[in-house]
Design a protein around this ligand. Structure first.
Ligand code: BTN
Length: 255
């Protein structure tokens, strides 16, 4: 019964030492009926996964590597809204606990000082043609130093420690803030719809108003990011003034 899930946000957090990926652990719990809000957090991931088949570097004790079970009663086409919601939740928690002024690059990469500080991977599982559950995977580079990044990631990743002038951030406090923000925004979303979440996203976005490239297998297009549509897609205006909506994928900000 879906209703029982919507009304009950579970605050249980399971902590693990080393896992391949918290996404798989959370899926196992979700398959066994874990309620909405159940979170799995690991000290280290040996096979952390990012979007688009990338690896996610997850060294021991340096970050928050966490996956949360969600059971929204939504059509599959609206799940991009949850991706944006998760970005807003983490951005608010980071600002609150560390003071680092993170911003959101569409859809939900968090940047600080122009570099990536957090990534979010929302995966949906289907049953009988509808949405069964979602797993929101959150990876925050908390106390990584420049030396923690493999060579190929130099210049791409940063951390709260680096951006905060070398002051370590309490991972426990930040984890609690992320979960509290997720619960708050998710409840707001269930009760009032996407609009309030969208307004918060827009106020924290570093993408809106910027000139961007959008890369697809068919090629690269260019436009100005002018807003979000009702489903959470990004609206791009090209030089001729035509507006297109992109639903997923990756953009590059120009300049
Ligand atoms: C991205 O920016 O590409 C998304 C990165 C998501 C990383 C998190 S860490 C916790 C969870 N477990 C994983 O294997 N991936 C996500």
């Amino acid at each position: 019964n879906r209703d029982t899930f919507v009304s009950g946000w579970n605050r249980s957090v399971q902590r693990l030492e080393t896992v391949v990926s918290t996404q798989e652990e959370a899926k196992r719990l979700a398959e066994n009926g874990a309620p909405e809000g159940t979170a799995i957090i690991a000290e280290e991931q040996t096979g952390g996964r990012g979007r688009m088949g990338r690896k996610w570097h997850s060294p021991r004790g340096k970050g928050i590597w966490m996956s949360v079970v969600l059971r929204p009663n939504l059509p599959l086409s609206l799940t991009p809204q949850l991706t944006l919601l998760a970005g807003v939740a983490v951005c608010r928690a980071i600002r609150e606990i560390s003071g680092v002024q993170a911003g959101i690059k569409w859809p939900n990469d968090l940047l600080a000082g122009g570099r990536k500080i957090c990534g979010i991977l929302l995966e949906s599982s289907l049953r009988e043609g509808g949405l069964h559950y979602c797993i929101a995977g959150i990876g925050i580079a908390v106390n990584l130093t420049e030396d923690d990044y493999p060579d190929d990631l130099h210049g791409v990743g940063t951390s709260l420690l680096i951006e905060g002038g070398g002051i370590p951030v309490d991972r426990q406090q930040l984890t609690e803030a992320v979960l509290a923000e997720l619960e708050f925004l998710y409840t707001l979303y269930i009760e009032r719809g996407f609009k309030p979440v969208r307004e918060l996203w827009e106020s924290m976005s570093v993408t809106l108003g910027r000139q961007v490239y959008f890369n697809t297998p068919e090629g690269r297009s260019e436009g100005t990011a002018v807003g979000l549509d009702d489903g959470g897609g990004l609206l791009l205006r090209d030089a001729a003034g035509n507006i297109t909506c992109i639903l997923s994928g990756e953009i590059e900000m120009i300049q």
